[in-house]
Design a protein around this ligand. Sequence first.
Ligand code: BTN
Length: 269
Amino acid sequence: MVSDEYRNELSRFISAQRMTDIHIFDSVDSTNNIAKQMSAQGAPDGTVIIADSQTNGRGRLSRSFVSPAGNGIYLSMIMRPKLLSDSISSITAWTAVAAVRAIESVCGIIPDIKWVNDLLINNRKICGILSELYISPNSSADFAVILGIGINVNTEENDFPTDLQQIASSIFASTGTYVSRPQLAAELIKQLDILRADWPDNSLPYLEKYRNRCITVGKEIVVISPDDHRSAVAEGVNSDFSLSVRYDNGTAASISGGEVSIRGTQSYI
Ligand code: BTN
């Protein structure tokens, strides 16, 4: 079984104690779904779910995340912060920084961030992040934040579905260098463990790194909401990780949800 090999390899980089809360599967529908089920069963802070493939990998805005076997990292971590404050809306951005740090450390390349949850190399998406909230139907005090990260690691360019080939890439396809999935997954877990310790007070290093890597700022963009598409310029990332924009009519706004696309690139609709 792939998951046994994966576990053996992962345990070269992670302590036996930490491995007890790491669950590895050959195939699941979505590691975020498993994380929610495990949260409902009382799984502790820091529980990790990894799958070699997903049959229903999910992205933001009800999109799917293509998750074939053998070449990607599909990982969810259960986080149980003490309080659920407004700052939780920035957890996706914090997670993006953790993923940038892991890729930088293992692969020696620093991905860009497209606000709010995509990591890019050479303007193509190599990683997406989906953070979700689980709240128990019995008690709102019983909740968990699920950090879901999908990384295209060793995927060959031609292996992406035709409609994604101009948009998506992998670390291997972008750099020509094969990457050990267990080594990168181990570093990602390490960075997410640091994130859990830093949350919510130690925000500044995350904000600095996010601002440093965010390629959306300075670009002409389209702000996409369910009933509107509005042209704007992205002016900066605010301290709460929302995007500061100026619409073409001169009005300023802060965007904290939804989607922006960068105008004039092939990368995104
Ligand atoms: C996006 O591109 O909008 C986010 C993609 C997030 C994909 C990851 S893979 C692990 C976890 N399980 C899922 O079903 N989704 C996330």
